[in-house]
Design a protein around this ligand. Structure first.
Ligand SMILES: C[S@@+](CC[C@H](N)C(=O)[O-])C[C@H]1O[C@@H](n2cnc3c(N)ncnc32)[C@H](O)[C@@H]1O
Length: 584
């Protein structure tokens, strides 16, 4: 039973809650008890906790028979895969000083993961590395990851960091004897070469590290958050509730689709409606002992403020790398134009810019006698033509428009739009590449939207270079200028690349941009561009970083190359555009 649907009927917005259980060899009964109690899945130990390979008699050891001996047939494959996350035995310690424990651990880890794969479980929870060294654990896991199939492995890590006040401002300096579980995770995943089937499950304790330390985890592949019952406070009515900081953290988990799991014994003596304290009774019926915790989380989820429209739109694209569009080399599809056209903010900014340019260009007294020639170069299906006409109407100026578009499929739509709107007298459609078109007259205003996330990565310089031939010397180009930004990518200590943004001045004070500090609000046409570093570089806060970028042009393609030279040198990336280039 999901925690609730935030947007009626939209199951993708449901959130599910699991429960961590102790070992029970009657797993069908364990599952039915917890599903009936309102939980969606179990975090269940698959192996008898007393099992140690070295304690088996010789026969069993030879046959490698598993002692928990439950059969996969006790539940259907869909029950195993939809409702059970396997919990690998917590005693496993591959970096123990004791050789027997090390050997037992390696055998058991491999057996348990093989069994979980056989059951088609979606994920297994791996025990937290026991000491500061986890090299042997990671070595063994690398072997497993090489042949794992589809199952995900979640490394259990406590959300823990010892801090003093000084560290509040800087999450990355550790003094002697201090712990930082993020460092543990970071070493482990480095040893496992950032394997994409290895992710994190966080144990949420009663106290939380500083907000900046917590924020680092949202740059990591966190799949589950295990909230201990003793992390809950008690409200005035005796029910469990979370501190304000825990509430904010939990809602952030919901927003990032991180699964919540409740763990531990009930520690709240919740009164039943009849006034009797009860562990398992409500309104005459049965109640799961952890139900008050589940009900609280459901309440938290249902009462969360709805995400702003823009964030809702972007949710499906989070943590997802997309190939940048190539509107010059490729012909964009109808659905791509449709997404552009939904971004009304973009067009209203263009409309404002054109209106201001018209007013500056044509004084009021000439408004009825002068016709301004405006060219939309790269007109797509016509939204900038419409925005320009609306600007003319708003300012009482007269326009003659050329709509130039090289995609023949978009030109079909342009023709029907012009006919439908009755713009035949005003708008001339030109089906051509702007670089080759011989314009019959020069333009007063040239409007284009060839902006990529990094400004020039959709080749606006190359295209506009051709188009500026037909702009009058005193004509206005919208956009009039373009700035591009390099920013260090989100990871605070270990950074893996750069996010690139643009900010375009359309005309005078009207701008359009995605650089976070000045981004045009509520615009969703662009996501930042990502320039990765093949090997992440570890830097301390305050350390200067020297980065070099080159925009390289050949006869048929344009590409970027980049490198870091300080504090440590990286290789030059994307030499000759070998990994990515933009076609001319
Ligand atoms: C980013 S889209 C914008 C489309 C439209 N202005 C809008 O806002 O929905 C860029 C458009 O420019 C067109 N385009 C790109 N390079 C061009 C060129 N050299 N000549 C003519 N059209 C071009 C593409 O086919 C595409 O329709």
């Amino acid at each position: 039973m999901p925690l609730g649907e935030k947007y009626a009927g939209d199951k993708s917005k449901s959130r599910y809650c699991g429960v961590e259980t102790d070992f029970d060899d009657d797993i069908p009964n364990l599952l039915s008890f917890n599903l009936h109690g309102g939980f969606d899945f179990l975090l269940a130990t698959l192996m008898d906790p007393d099992y140690r390979p070295s304690l088996l008699d010789d026969d069993k050891r030879r046959s490698r028979a598993l002692p928990f001996a439950g059969s996969d047939l006790v539940m259907s494959p869909s029950q195993w895969s939809s409702h059970v996350v396997g919990k690998i035995s917590a005693w496993i310690d591959l970096d123990s000083e004791d050789e027997t424990i090390r050997e037992d651990s390696e055998i058991a880890l491999k057996q348990e993961i093989a069994w979980a794969s056989h059951l088609s479980l979606q994920a297994c929870l791996l025990p937290t590395p026991k000491g500061t060294s986890c090299a042997n654990y990671a070595r063994c896991l690398n072997q497993i990851l090489q042949n794992l199939g589809n199952m995900q492995l979640w490394l259990r890590i406590p959300l823990d960091k010892s801090e003093d006040d000084e560290e509040e401002a800087s999450p990355n300096h550790l003094h002697e004897g201090q712990t930082d579980s993020w460092e543990l995770w970071n070493s482990f995943r480095l040893l496992c070469e950032h394997h994409n089937q290895l992710s994190v499950s966080l144990d949420i304790l009663s106290s939380l590290p500083s907000p900046s330390s917590v924020a680092r985890w949202f740059g990591e592949p966190v799949r589950a958050a295990i909230i201990k019952t003793n992390s809950f406070l008690t409200n005035a009515r005796g029910y469990p509730c979370l501190s304000k900081r825990h509430q904010r953290l939990t809602t952030a988990f919901f927003n990032h689709s991180i699964q919540i799991v409740i763990s531990g014994q009930p520690v709240h003596n919740v009164p039943s409606p009849s006034g009797l304290t009860s562990e398992n009774q409500v309104e005459g019926g049965w109640r799961h002992p952890l139900r008050p915790y589940l009900d609280y989380l459901a309440h938290l989820y249902k009462t969360m403020d709805p995400l702003p429209e823009q964030e809702r739109f972007e949710l499906g694209y989070r943590d997802y790398l997309q190939s940048p569009l190539q509107p010059l080399m490729d012909n964009l599809e109808a659905q791509t134009y449709e997404i552009f056209e939904k971004d009304t903010v973009k067009y209203s900014q263009y409309q404002r810019a054109v209106a201001k340019a018209l007013v500056d260009m044509v004084p009021d007294e000439n408004a009825f006698s002068v016709t301004t020639v405006l060219m939309v170069v790269g007109a797509g299906r016509g939204p900038l033509v419409r925005a320009s006409l609306q600007a003319a109407e708003e300012t009482d100026r007269k326009l003659k428009i050329y709509a130039v578009e090289k995609n023949p499929n978009a030109v079909v739509t342009l023709h029907s739009l012009v006919k439908l709107e009755g713009w035949e007298e005003i708008v001339t459609i030109v089906s051509s590449d702007m670089r080759n078109w011989e314009a019959p007259e020069k333009a007063d205003i040239l409007v284009s939207e060839l902006l990529g996330s990094f400004g020039d990565n959709e080749l606006s310089p190359e295209c506009l270079d051709g188009a500026l031939r037909f702009l009058k010397e005193d004509g206005i180009s919208i956009p009039s200028s373009l700035d591009i930004y390099h920013t260090k990518f989100l990871f605070v200590v270990d950074f893996a690349g750069f996010a690139g943004y643009f900010d375009a001045t359309l005309y005078k004070d009207v701008h359009l941009g995605i650089e976070p500090s000045t981004a045009t609000p509520n615009m969703f046409s662009w996501f930042p561009i990502f320039f990765p570093l093949r090997t992440p570089i570890c830097i301390q806060p305050g350390t200067p970083l020297e980065v070099h970028f080159w925009r390289c042009c050949g006869s048929t393609k344009v590409w970027y190359e980049w490198c870091v030279t300080s504090p440590a040198a990286s290789p030059v990336h994307n030499t000759n555009g070998r990994s990515y280039w933009v076609g001319l």
